[in-house]
Every structure is written in structure tokens, then in C-alpha cells.
Design a protein around this ligand. Structure first.
Ligand code: ARG
Ligand code: GLU
Length: 742
């Protein structure tokens, strides 16, 4: 009976296609792998409309924005839409007390007012190809892992040089399926990307940390840029002579909105996922990695918030720091809970049982892959020993304690002096001098000191004695004197205040180096770092390597053992498509979430004067007057919506696209309960969060008085018009790029 049940679960697990919504697919393989399913889910386009090398297609409207986010082109004049949090550092850099664009928003009234951003890039993907054979050429069963990597590096270098491209194009080659396949991308990177418009943070980041990762959501997370090109429409450094870029394709914008079940797809550059891990890796995440990181950050955040709540000036100094710490903190909590709730470990074990059964039934497969999965789980269990100390080291040295994070700067001076002498060290000193005022402007020593004290108390209590370095032992008997000894350490540190730093930097370089080497906190930092480098890192690296070599083989094995299944490669910051349906969800018993939020909900959350939920008066006035123009649906302004698209970090700013290829929303987050989709997508609770494009246009037009920008766009009504609004005509899909295996 039980056996039958298990067998039938196994059957369901392995014979069904992946869950609706799961997968981050390669645009150039859509016609083979996804087109039919997408159409059955409601899509009215062909794969060729989405990705084509022969004509303008949707992919020509998508850019990798600043290397970390996604953006899309929404006019024939190079307008680029992305998230507020993706354009935030540009908005901030242009802000001053007189022109506070963070607080007040930025609304250019003509192209002359658009602001240039040195260093900011937008990269288009021109074409893609499978180059696995070229890259793995020369590798045999006898090649050792290190030889293998050097052969691969050489092959990548050689092919990058010889592959046909224009002078203004680049070649990018990346590993997929854990190194079992390699794909090449021809790219064009534009370097003159100007800020056009951004809402005030109270609208663009409404809800700040409390609402981050949360549904129902009410944030208008957008900013608007424009790409400029040289007179040949090609990439060029910033120049006043550059002209607005003319895209091969731009996204028309649908004003018709969404309803439950509508087809949606998200097109963008997801960063990292790990969907094919063995079961023990899942347990390592839920039982070891995530809880340790969450506990450390809970302590740090409690201390920050304690001071932020009582003092406005402190709050301003710590808002972005707290946001950075809290983003991961909240995501990991959802991830842990979600993995447990959806029984990810048990699911992986069932999957592994099926894998083993198939492997054992086929002598050839068994000869090739036998033992690989066992070794992988075994090595993962062995690596458990180093997870806690690794996370503690990273979180304490690099994330939560400001003063320690910045000791790397002093270390750099000492290193430069020892390696290259006083002149080079002097350059590092100058760098430190110019960095310092910005740092101390927002630094509150007693907060940092309290976090330092609390976290090293945790370290002392939770980390085994072999990892207690001697200066920690001197500092840390956890008696009443502990905090006093930390206080003295800070008193002596050149990084505890601007004046203490000035005392250090007033000397000649030799004396500076000498003083750093005698600073007690520097010695403490170095001991901890040296311990990590000598005792921990080698083990961490050893197991990382064993596991990644094992994963390469296990991935190859999965592809062969489950030939009947479609596999999508893990995210690796390359262009992908994910598709799903607009869909509410039930996060827990008796709770059912709808798929759309409204401006009424923004007003419900409004708390005057609160740093997360305050609103500008002008928005309240527009709401009271119901001055909504063409952007309302039945007299209300739609704000955000959710769907079952499989997204991750890097998909921020990605377009949400309807069945016809029109823009309907802007992706910016996922729901907290479903952040485990990076390891285990589950259609029951994994949802991506998008701001409704009508809210974006309403804010741009009515709040920012930028009707002239809306005029540049192409607004459409696909649901009213019977005819599809796809700009490019449909053709039968042509196989544009040779591809193999799938
Ligand atoms: N959670 C989103 C992401 O991972 C948004 C982060 C920015 N917003 C914030 N309130 N911290 O990037
Ligand atoms: N906010 C994320 C980003 O910046 C997207 C949310 C997610 O992780 O899905 O890419």
C-alpha cells in the first residue's frame, strides 16, 4: 500500500512536465522546448517573435542594465525602463540638498535635462549559439580538473577572438548545466545611458523594509533612462553630440491590465539559481547556512533599529545600511520556511530514489555515473562542518560590522607598502583620505560598537574553541568587562572617528604603516582573517571544488537518466525567459491572496511622517480628486500584481509581457513565502511581484507631469482590439541557430 503510494508519487514527480511556471529558458531554444506549452498557456506569439536573429524581435528590447539588473526599451527613441532600486545609485549621485531627487523625484522636461551617468551600461544580446564542442575540444576522460579548466580557458579565449562580430560588438561565452554545455553571446554595450525620470523614494520605495519581499505590495519601483548612441546608432562613450538610440524593437504598452489566469512572461537576466542540488545540500541550507546567517543579522538589525526609531538623524544614516542587511535576512527566512513547507528535502530524496532506480536498471549508465550522487551527498555532509564558521567569518568580517569591513582598507596600505614600497602605499593612503568623509558622515560609533560586542559574544558562544583566536580569548571572557574591553579597542582604532583617522594620516607613510601595525583592532582583524585563510578557507575551497566537480557529473547524469524531462540550465546572469499565469495564492491556512493591489491600498498603508509609509501630498491630492486619466480600471488605479513566473535576483527591472508581446508590468520582487524558488520552485507559493505599468504611467504623467514622455511610447489596447498588436509580422519559426542535445 505504502509502496504503491510512493510509486505513484514517483510517477507523478517524474512523468509530469515541470510545474506550470517553473523554468528559466534560453530564448534561442524556445521553438524546440517551449513554444507549444507557452501557446497552450495563452500566448498568442510564436517563438520567432520572441527571439530571432533575422528580424527585430522581443529580445531586441531587453538589456542587461548596469550588469546587475534588467531594463527594457519602450520607445523608438531609446527610452529605457528599469526599477527604482536599480537606478537608485544614479538617482542618489545626482542628488544634493538643493536638488534632492531621492526625496522629491526627478522629472526631466526635455532631453537637454537628462543626466549622464559615467560607468553605467546597457547591454543587448544580438545572437546566441551553442559552442560546447569548440569549448570542450581537447578534453578526454583522462584530463585532470585543473588541466581541464586551463583547456577551457584557452578555447574560450581563442573562440572569442575568431568568432565573427562587428568592431563595436563583444563576445561572451558562458558555462551552462554546470559546465556540460557552453553558449556564446554576441553583445552590444551602450555606454551613454542618461537618467530621465524617477519618482520620489516615498513612491518608488514605498514600504521600504517592512514591505520588502512581501505581498500585498504597493511600491512603484521604477526609474526611466534613455540610451544614446553615436550618429551610426552604435555604442559610444558619453558625448553631447550623441543622439537617442533607435532600437530594433521596443515594447508597446498595454493599458488593458490583467486578470486571473492571463498568460505572462518575464524576459531578463536572472543571476543565480541552484535547482539540481542533491538532497543533503537542501538540508545544509535549511538547517545550517540560513539559520546561522539569519541569527547573526537579527542581532545586528535589532541594534540598528533600536537607535533608528528614537532618532531621526540616526535613521537617515542607517536606512540604506539596514536595508542591505535586511534584504538577505528576510529572503533567507522565507527560503528556509518555504523549503521546509514544500518538503524540498523529501522531494529530492524521492527524486534521487527514482534516479538510482533508473541508473541501476541500465548497466551502461551505471558504469558511467554509478556512485556520483552518493559521493556528492557524502562530500556535502562532510562540508557541513565548515558552514557555520564560514558564515560567521563572512558575516562578521564583511557584512555586519562596519569598522571591520573597512579594515581591508588599512590592510591594503600595509600590503602595498610591503610589496611595492612607500609610493604605492601613499596612493592607498590618498584613497582612504577621500573615502573617509563619506563614511564618517553616516557612521555612528556606538551602534557599530554594540553590534561588534553582540556578534563576537555570539561567535565566542557558538563557534568551537579551535576557532577562537588568541586576541578573541583575551577580549572575550564574557564578563562585565567585555564591553569595556571592546570600547578600549575602538578608542585606539583609527577607523572609529574622523579625528582618530586624521591623527593617523597626518604622518608620513612609514609612520602610518607602523601605527596601523600596532593598532589593537587591526591585529584582532588580522588574526581572525589569518585564521580564516589558514584553517578554514582551504577546507571550504576543497569541498567547494569537490562539490562542483561532482555537480558537473551529476548534472550530466540527470540529463541522461531523465531523458524524457525538460531541463533548463541554472540562472547565470544570461538572458532568459520565464512564463506563467497571473495567479493569487494561499500562503497559509485560511488565507487567500488576490492577484492585484490598488491605490486604495497605498492609502491604507499611509502613515504620515513614518520613514517607510509616508506619502507626498500631491499623490494624496490626485487620489482624492480621482485624477487618473486613461490609467484607471473601473475608476481605480491598479498598483502591483503577482504571477507564477520563475524569477530571481537580476530579474529586477525585467518586463512583464502579455500574450501579444506588450508590456504590462515591471518585475521587482518575489513573495517571501516563495523565495526558495532558487532551489525548489513550487507553483503553490512561488510568485513574482510586478508593478502594474498603468501605475508607472499614472505616476509619470499625473504626478511627474511628464506627459511628453508618455507620448513617446506606444500605448495599445490588445484586449479591446481583436487583432494582436505584435509589431513584427508572424512567420513560421525558422531555426536560426544550430543547437543540439535538447
Ligand atoms: N527584494 C528586492 C531585491 O532583492 C528588492 C530590494 C530593494 N528594496 C528594498 N526595500 N531593500 O532586490
Ligand atoms: N529585487 C530583486 C532584484 O534586484 C528581484 C527579486 C528576486 O530576487 O526575485 O533583482
Amino acid at each position: 500500500m505504502l509502496k504503491n503510494l510512493i510509486l505513484s508519487v514517483l510517477f507523478i514527480l517524474t512523468s509530469l512536465p515541470l510545474f506550470a511556471g517553473e523554468g528559466m529558458w534560453l530564448p534561442f531554444l524556445l521553438s524546440q522546448l517551449n513554444e507549444k506549452e507557452m501557446q497552450s498557456m495563452g500566448m498568442k506569439m510564436s517563438a520567432e517573435d520572441i527571439y530571432s536573429v533575422n528580424k527585430g524581435s522581443l529580445k531586441d528590447a531587453i538589456v542587461h542594465f548596469g550588469g546587475g539588473c534588467t531594463g527594457e526599451i519602450i520607445s523608438s527613441t531609446g527610452l529605457l525602463l528599469t526599477n527604482h532600486h536599480c537606478g537608485y545609485s544614479q538617482i542618489q549621485q545626482h542628488s544634493s540638498l538643493e536638488n534632492n531627487y531621492v526625496d522629491n523625484g526627478f522629472w526631466s522636461k526635455s532631453m537637454k535635462e537628462e543626466l549622464s551617468n559615467p560607468g553605467l551600461t546597457a547591454t543587448f544580446i544580438i545572437s546566441m549559439a551553442d559552442v560546447t564542442n569548440d569549448i570542450l575540444k581537447g578534453i578526454t576522460g583522462q584530463t585532470t580538473p585543473s588541466e581541464k579548466q586551463s583547456i577551457i580557458d584557452k578555447n574560450i579565449e581563442a573562440l572569442s577572438k575568431t568568432y565573427p562580430r562587428q568592431a563595436y560588438q563583444d563576445i561572451l561565452i558562458k558555462a551552462f548545466y554546470k559546465g556540460n554545455q557552453y553558449y556564446l553571446f554576441v553583445t552590444e554595450t551602450y555606454k551613454d545611458v542618461r537618467l530621465v525620470a524617477a519618482p520620489p523614494a516615498s513612491i518608488g520605495n514605498f514600504g521600504v523594509d517592512t514591505d520588502n519581499w512581501v505581498w500585498p505590495r504597493h511600491t512603484c519601483d521604477f526609474s526611466l533612462f534613455r540610451i544614446y548612441a553615436n550618429k551610426d546608432n552604435q555604442p559610444a562613450e558619453y558625448s553631447p553630440d550623441n543622439i537617442p538610440f533607435i532600437p530594433r524593437h521596443f515594447l508597446p504598452i498595454s493599458l488593458d491590465g490583467i486578470k486571473e489566469g492571463d498568460f505572462t512572461m518575464v524576459f531578463g537576466f536572472p543571476g543565480t539559481t541552484n535547482e539540481y542540488l542533491p538532497s543533503e545540500s537542501i538540508r545544509q541550507i535549511t538547517d545550517l547556512g540560513d539559520p546561522v546567517k539569519v541569527a547573526i543579522r537579527t542581532t545586528a538589525l535589532e541594534i540598528m533599529h533600536k537607535y533608528m526609531i528614537v532618532d531621526e538623524a540616526t535613521k537617515i544614516k542607517y536606512v540604506t545600511k539596514a536595508a542591505r542587511i535586511s534584504n538577505g535576512w528576510k529572503k533567507w527566512q522565507g527560503e528556509m520556511e518555504g523549503l521546509k513547507k514544500t518538503k524540498a528535502y523529501e522531494k529530492k530524496q524521492l527524486y534521487e530514489a527514482e534516479y538510482n532506480q533508473r541508473l541501476n536498471a541500465d548497466p551502461a549508465l551505471k558504469a558511467k555515473y554509478g556512485g556520483i550522487l552518493e559521493a556528492l551527498n557524502e562530500n556535502t555532509l562532510l562540508s557541513n562542518k565548515y558552514v557555520k564558521i564560514r558564515e560567521y567569518s563572512i558575516e562578521l568580517l564583511r557584512a555586519n560590522i562596519e569598522i571591520l569591513r573597512n579594515y581591508a582598507r588599512l590592510d591594503a596600505i600595509v600590503n602595498a607598502y610591503e610589496k611595492n614600497g612607500a609610493t604605492e602605499a601613499g596612493k592607498k593612503v590618498d584613497a582612504l583620505k577621500s573615502w573617509a568623509p563619506g563614511f564618517f558622515k553616516d557612521y555612528v560609533r556606538n551602534i557599530d560598537e554594540e553590534i561588534f560586542t553582540a556578534l563576537f559574544k555570539m561567535y565566542f558562544e557558538n563557534i568551537e574553541p579551535p576557532f577562537h583566536f588568541s586576541r578573541l580569548n583575551v577580549l572575550a571572557p564574557l564578563d562585565a568587562g567585555f564591553a569595556d574591553r571592546v570600547h578600549l579597542l575602538f578608542d585606539g582604532s583609527p577607523l572609529a572617528s574622523q579625528s582618530q583617522l586624521d591623527n593617523l594620516l597626518n604622518r608620513n607613510t612609514e609612520d602610518i604603516v607602523n601605527a596601523i601595525q600596532n593598532d589593537g583592532l587591526f591585529l584582532f582583524y588580522k588574526e581572525m582573517l589569518d585564521l580564516y585563510t589558514a584553517e578554514i578557507a582551504p577546507n571550504v575551497t576543497k569541498y567547494d571544488n569537490l562539490i562542483s566537480e561532482g555537480m558537473e557529473k551529476y548534472m550530466a547524469a540527470q540529463l541522461e537518466v531523465f531523458k524524457d524531462k525538460r531541463f533548463y540550465p541554472d540562472a547565470n546572469s544570461t538572458l532568459r525567459i520565464t512564463y506563467g499565469n497571473v495567479n493569487g495564492y494561499s500562503p497559509r491556512d485560511a488565507v487567500q491572496y488576490e492577484n492585484q493591489t490598488w491605490l486604495e491600498g497605498v492609502m491604507e498603508k499611509y502613515i504620515p511622517g513614518n520613514y517607510e509609509f509616508d506619502l507626498p501630498q500631491k499623490l494624496i491630492d490626485l487620489y482624492n480628486k480621482k485624477d487618473y486619466g486613461q490609467y484607471a480600471e473601473n475608476g481605480r488605479i491598479p498598483v502591483c500584481f503577482i504571477a507564477s513566473n520563475h524569477t530571481t535576483g537580476g530579474n529586477s527591472g525585467s518586463p512583464a509581457i502579455d500574450a501579444y508581446g506588450n508590456l504590462i508590468g515591471l518585475n521587482f520582487d518575489r513573495v517571501w513565502e516563495g523565495t526558495m524558488s532558487d532551489y525548489n520552485y513550487d507553483a503553490s507559493i512561488c510568485r513574482n511581484i510586478m508593478v502594474d505599468i498603468r501605475y508607472v504611467l499614472f505616476i509619470l504623467d499625473k504626478y511627474g507631469d511628464c506627459g511628453h514622455l508618455v507620448k513617446e511610447m506606444k500605448l495599445v489596447h490588445p484586449k479591446a482590439d481583436v487583432k494582436p498588436t505584435q509589431v513584427t509580422p508572424k512567420k513560421t519559426p525558422k531555426k536560426s541557430v544550430p543547437s543540439k542535445k535538447h
